[in-house]
Design a protein around this ligand. Structure first.
Ligand SMILES: NC(=O)c1ccc[n+]([C@@H]2O[C@H](COP(=O)([O-])OP(=O)(O)OC[C@H]3O[C@@H](n4cnc5c(N)ncnc54)[C@H](OP(=O)(O)O)[C@@H]3O)[C@@H](O)[C@H]2O)c1
Length: 257
């Protein structure tokens, strides 16, 4: 008996070259899926694919560009005929003081997190097989009201909302749509996008751990475990939800140690 949860499945992880996307691509592969990963930076993408091994294909693509997503859909169709799992993960954003945010900040954040998520799923739909599973990457910041995260949090509220609407839009095809909401998962993005030093990241992780019931920050592979669950038949009666993966941070008041 095959004990892998996703044997024979074809998956796409946008933004799979780094952080949560990379950790999730690894977990999907370990469960038997063939995985396509995307990203904008070619070198980082190729290095990630080399680390992941032979059951992965890297396609340089910007999630917010229609021509890139169409090219990606054509490649997957030619290779495999269709797609079973989408993890729309590409995105990010940083804290910008409310008074200082510009139109360019607004457009950049909404372009990738909202439009990129919308465009990814919309463009890949024709090759998505009936009964497929779509997982969107939201964020706990959407309901935390953190200082400086107004733009970013608003994009993630939109992402969470997409999971509800698309559940209805796609129900006739048996396609399930769910969101995951990561808590604090230190990734390359903390340094590359947020501009934190490695020491800053460690200090932040240590400080915030006292507010997390499980006493520590999470890993990209642990987020990947949640995606594997939502991608597999283990969750076949679950759709439209947001699964929070934050060590309990936003579910209970943990207090300070
Ligand atoms: N880490 C956390 O604590 C946390 C918490 C909540 C939610 N999240 C969400 O989780 C997702 C991944 O974050 P992360 O922490 O893993 O960040 P990361 O390490 O910076 O990884 C982001 C990935 O997305 C790719 N990407 C960014 N913009 C893209 C675009 N327009 N088109 C295609 N690929 C793009 C990046 O590659 P290129 O730059 O080369 O394109 C990279 O592969 C994001 O949606 C983020 O908002 C993260």
């Amino acid at each position: 008996m095959d004990t892998q949860l996703l044997a024979g499945k074809v998956a796409l992880v946008t933004g799979g070259s780094s952080g949560i996307g990379f950790g999730t691509a690894k977990r999907l592969m370990e469960e038997g899926a063939f995985v396509y990963i995307t990203g904008r930076r070619k070198e980082v993408l190729e290095q990630a694919a080399a680390k992941l091994g032979s059951r992965v294909k890297a396609v340089q693509a910007d999630s917010s560009k229609k021509e890139d997503m169409l090219r990606l859909a054509n490649i997957i169709k030619e290779d495999n005929g269709g797609l079973d799992i989408i993890f729309a993960n590409a995105g990010g954003g940083k804290a910008i003081p409310f008074e200082e945010a510009t139109e360019a900040d607004y457009r950049r954040t909404f372009d990738v997190n909202v439009w990129g998520t919308y465009l990814t799923v919309q463009t890949l739909l024709p090759i998505l097989r009936d009964g497929a599973s779509i997982i969107l990457n939201a964020s706990i910041t959407a309901y935390m009201g953190l200082p400086g995260f107004g733009l970013y949090a608003a994009t993630k509220t939109a992402v969470r909302s997409f999971a509800r609407s698309w559940t209805t839009d796609l129900k006739s095809r048996g396609i399930r749509v769910n969101a995951v909401s990561p808590g604090v998962i230190p990734t390359e993005g903390y340094e590359v996008v947020q501009g934190m030093s490695a020491a800053d990241v460690q200090a932040y992780a240590d400080r915030v751990s006292s507010e997390i019931p499980l006493g520590r920050v999470g890993t990209s592979e642990e987020l990947g475990d949640a995606v594997v669950f939502l991608a597999s038949d283990l969750s076949k009666y679950i759709t439209g939800i947001e699964l929070t993966v934050d060590g309990g941070m936003t579910q209970v008041y943990a207090g300070k140690n």
